[in-house]
Ligand binder design. Structure first.
Ligand SMILES: [Zn+2]
Length: 328
């Protein structure tokens, strides 16, 4: 099996993959985001894309489907529960199915619900394509149609049964931000600190490929039995003597909160820079993001509490920050 990892370079920090059969040159595109990048990579390697698999239905994992299909006639594979959202799916795949690529590659399909109910992971040989279920040093969130208890079950049963030797190919590159959260939760984890130091100036296209064994040493979500992790969760959340599942769920909540806080402070800094131009009492603020790929416009309405902290009103259109009168 040959693997091409494609760093998309978008704000979502997506990775795309091509998985090819050495004997035939046939290739499978995993979660294509930018069809042009995926097609160019296949051309460069001399491969023919015959299939596309979406690990789940989110737009940043399917945006390139149409372009790749138009150029190659590839068939699209996804979990049955993802079909309504993805639209045109030629083959539904679920737990225990196999995806053959050319004559020499046979990926297994593992149902891994949690990030969404339709999520699948794909092991083959020493590789594991994990979409948004398992990231380096983190796990997927459950904010868009997911369920944290299901995600815990996926890790406690499906992922726990897999060997240490698997090399992890996730859907996004979040290693540094995830490790920063992990070492906060488990300051005594020397290995996590060492990797964090090593990757200080490395990310994106040059991010290291870690194994599941590495993840079991550094990924706090895979270390819910560690006394230090449990104690850290207790200190941060007030949840004492928790079960492994409760620690996992508390970690997921803490991570969501950290992300919200990081976004709020980034937004707050931007708002402060513009305050001189437009002073005024804030009652509401609006964040408008014009997405990449096939994403529709997303509108996120921040809470009044956040708006009050900003001290100004801002709207962000695409990557341009604008300041203006209060939006209601
Ligand atoms: Zn997703």
């Amino acid at each position: 099996m040959l693997i091409e990892r494609i760093w998309v370079g978008n704000p979502g920090r997506n990775f795309n993959y091509l998985v090819a059969c050495e004997a035939t040159g046939n290739a499978l595109a995993v979660d294509p985001f930018d069809a042009g990048q995926v097609l160019a990579a296949a051309t460069r390697r001399g491969w023919r894309i015959t299939q596309i698999v979406n690990t789940h239905e989110h737009g940043d994992h399917t945006a390139g489907n149409a372009g790749v299909v138009a150029a190659t006639g590839a068939s699209v594979l996804a979990h049955p529960r993802a079909v309504a959202r993805i639209g045109s799916v030629d083959r539904e795949v679920g737990q225990g199915d196999r995806i053959a690529v050319g004559s020499s590659v046979h990926l297994e399909v593992l149902a891994t619900p949690g990030h969404t109910p339709a999520h699948i992971c794909l092991p083959n040989g020493d590789a594991l394509f994990t979409g948004d279920t398992l990231f380096n040093a983190g796990v997927g969130n459950c904010r868009k149609g997911g369920d944290a208890a299901s995600l815990y079950e996926t890790f406690a049963t499906v992922i726990a049964a897999l060997p240490d030797s698997l090399r992890i190919y996730p859907g996004h590159e979040y290693l540094r931000r995830n490790l920063t959260f992990a070492v906060d939760r488990e300051p005594g984890n020397a290995r996590a600190h060492r990797i964090l130091e090593r990757i200080e100036n490395i990310e994106g296209a040059s991010a290291p490929v870690l194994t599941l064994g590495d993840e079991r040493e550094i990924n706090v979500f895979l270390r819910v039995d560690s006394p230090e992790v449990a104690a850290g969760v207790a200190a941060a959340s007030g949840c004492t003597r928790a079960s492994a599942q409760e620690v996992f769920l508390a970690l997921r909540q803490l991570k969501d909160r950290c992300r919200r806080d990081a976004r709020a402070s980034k937004f707050s800094r931007a708002a402060k820079r513009g305050r001189g131009q437009h002073a005024g009492r804030v009652t509401h603020c609006r964040f408008v993001h014009i997405g990449d790929g096939n994403r529709a416009e997303r509108r996120l309405h921040h809470s009044d509490a956040l708006a009050a902290r900003l001290g100004s009103v801002a709207s962000v259109v695409g990557r341009r920050v604008q300041y203006g009168p209060t939006h209601r």
